[in-house]
Design a protein around this ligand. Structure first.
Ligand SMILES: NC(=O)C1=CN([C@@H]2O[C@H](COP(=O)(O)OP(=O)(O)OC[C@H]3O[C@@H](n4cnc5c(N)ncnc54)[C@H](OP(=O)(O)O)[C@@H]3O)[C@@H](O)[C@H]2O)C=CC1
Ligand SMILES: O=C(O)C1=N[C@H](C(=O)O)C[C@H](O)C1
Length: 252
């Protein structure tokens, strides 16, 4: 059995994940951590601070808030516990800290744990070199009205997938407003929409002369992210230290 701790336990993802972990025969939900822990709130043990947890844990799965990152990395590295991180809105400095911690423990990071988005990443890497000279590239992401970061972590991940194939990297332009100059060829536009309960939609638009290609991924339930995180946890809990992502998991 793999012993799991969930960071961000009372959150939308934390609760969906707890449910999925409980139904998984290989996993044992040991406890949760949330900044407003109320012991009577659920049938699971929940701590206010990760440092309060002295249980034997094999893997921590984190869907919380960037503010919890320092405590999370300190705890996991000190106790030598594998980490799966799905939290978005992280800065490049945060990502550097994650990569430094990954020199000591195995860490899996993905801004989107669904299989579909990660297939979309490989499609983008294949088609961008063919289209880059003549097509403009725009990304539109839509999420629920409770989401606190914009653009989504996935939108950045898709833009990075496009850029990874290009020698001349494109700049990112967010929520483009009308400006005097024409659209610069050397940019990727990223547009964020927030409303209702939209789980997550990402569309990549390649707009050429007299033709348009649109590739869209729609999530209709948060379960796909939770199930992806469980696969990631099973993949890394007994791995060597290192920084892992969905590409490593999909290669298996
Ligand atoms: N990688 C992926 O596939 C996916 C990633 N996400 C990302 O996961 C994160 C969580 O999403 P979601 O569940 O919708 O958000 P929620 O706001 O519903 O949940 C986050 C939870 O973490 C708690 N929290 C805040 N700060 C801390 C802290 N310092 N320590 C521990 N817990 C803390 C929040 O408490 P409080 O409400 O009191 O602030 C809340 O209970 C987001 O960054 C989101 O973008 C979401 C879906 C899929
Ligand atoms: O906050 C969410 O809900 C989601 N966040 C992730 C992101 O920022 O890309 C992944 C998914 O789209 C849902």
């Amino acid at each position: 059995m793999i012993n799991v701790l969930i960071n961000g336990f009372y959150g939308k993802m934390g609760q969906v994940l707890a449910n999925e972990v409980k139904q998984d025969n290989d996993m044992n939900l040991i406890a949760g951590v949330d900044k407003n822990a109320i012991s009577t709130h659920s049938d699971s043990k929940v701590y206010n601070y990760i440092s309060d947890c002295n249980d034997a844990i094999d893997v921590i799965i984190d869907f919380s808030h960037p503010d919890s990152l320092s405590d999370l990395l300190k705890y996991a590295t000190e106790k030598n516990i594998a980490l799966v991180i799905g939290t978005t809105g992280l800065t490049s400095n945060d990502m550097d800290k994650i990569k430094m911690a990954a020199e000591k423990i195995p860490i899996f990071y993905s801004a989107n744990m669904s299989l579909g988005i990660n297939v979309l990443v490989s499609i983008l890497k294949n088609i961008t070199p063919v289209l880059e000279d003549t097509f403009d590239m725009e990304i539109v992401e839509k999420h629920h009205n409770k989401k606190i970061d914009a653009p989504s972590g996935t939108a950045y991940m898709l833009a990075e997938a496009i850029n990874s194939t290009l020698e001349d990297k494109k700049d990112y332009v967010f929520d483009r407003h009308v400006k005097k100059e024409a659209r610069d060829k050397n940019e990727i536009g990223i547009h964020s929409i927030r409303g209702g309960t939209i789980v997550g939609e990402h569309t990549v638009i390649f707009a050429g002369c007299d033709e348009v290609i649109e590739i869209k991924h729609s999530a209709s339930s948060k379960k796909i992210f939770a199930q992806g995180a469980i696969k990631a946890a099973k993949f890394i809990y007994n791995k060597e230290s290192g920084f892992y992502n969905m590409e490593d998991l999909m290669k298996m």
